[in-house]
Design a protein around this ligand. Structure first.
Ligand SMILES: [Zn+2]
Length: 263
């Protein structure tokens, strides 16, 4: 047995509360260890000293003086004026409402500081939205969806993107061709197909095929596309788009077969 274990067992050992094996183990250790022996001796003398103390006796008039003090206090309470209903109510509510009101004020302050901090962002967003809205207003023309689209209107509506990608001429051959893909006649352009081609677009709106990246399965689709490109004004003139005079663009044409059904 180690000193630590022995020391923790000393108090029950002296009180004779240990089991027999534990008691034997403690005694075996005590036989060998002078430190723990001296600890036992100190504890024994302490216990003996405590036992020899006489029981303290309270002063004879203690009970009388306590009841006197209580009577004086009670008399003083009776003579002091009663607190008003409002005072009692506030005394009752204060500890209960204080935490809530502090939390409430804190969240109010937090809300206003966040709102103030974000206000410039809101203003910026609002201005950006207003600017976007003005970009898409077609100048000079009413936004009547039943009116045919003119090249000028269409180019104006695409103003934010036209510098990078030329606007199709709504009346050009290419637009007609893509429309025929979108609404195929019963016997043509009905199978799904796709192609990726590169074309040069010139300032007058005409364009020419520069290369084929991915040829369509149906070669006729490519031929029709090339013919449509060469016909003049496949795109709006460069001046309407504010795009460079000549630019190279990549077309991805995807035909997806969506069969109509009557429900
Ligand atoms: Zn020891």
């Amino acid at each position: 047995m180690l000193c630590e274990e022995t020391k923790s067992s000393l108090s029950p050992y002296l009180d004779d509360e240990l089991t027999l094996p534990a008691r034997v183990a403690v005694e075996t250790h005590l036989d060998r260890c002078p430190l723990c022996r001296s600890e036992v001796a100190a504890l024994r003398s302490l216990t003996r000293g405590l036992n020899s103390l006489t029981r303290a006796t309270p002063p004879a008039d203690l009970a009388a003086s306590i009841s006197n003090s209580i009577m004086i206090e009670a008399a003083a309470r009776l003579q002091s004026p009663q607190p008003s209903f409002g005072q009692r109510l506030s005394r009752f509510l204060e500890p209960r409402l204080m935490p809530y009101s502090v939390g409430w004020v804190a969240s109010l302050i937090l809300f206003f500081s966040m709102f103030t901090a974000l206000r410039p962002h809101f203003v910026a967003l609002h201005e950006a939205a207003a600017q976007n809205a003005t970009v898409f207003v077609i100048p000079g023309g009413p936004n009547d969806i039943y009116q045919p689209v003119t090249s000028e209107d269409f180019a104006a509506s695409r103003a934010p993107f036209a510098e990078q990608s030329p606007s199709l001429n709504p009346k050009g051959a290419l637009a007609l061709l893509t429309r025929s893909y979108a609404h195929p006649h019963p016997n043509e352009h009905q199978d799904s197909d796709d192609m990726i081609v590169v074309a040069d677009v010139f300032s007058n709106g005409a364009a020419s095929l520069a290369g084929v990246v991915h040829a369509p399965r149906n070669r006729r689709m490519l031929n029709e596309f090339e013919v449509a490109l060469r016909q003049d004004a496949a795109f709006v003139p460069a001046s309407l788009d504010r795009r460079p005079d000549t630019m190279r663009v990549v077309f991805t044409v995807q035909k997806v077969d969506v069969r109509e059904r009557n429900f």
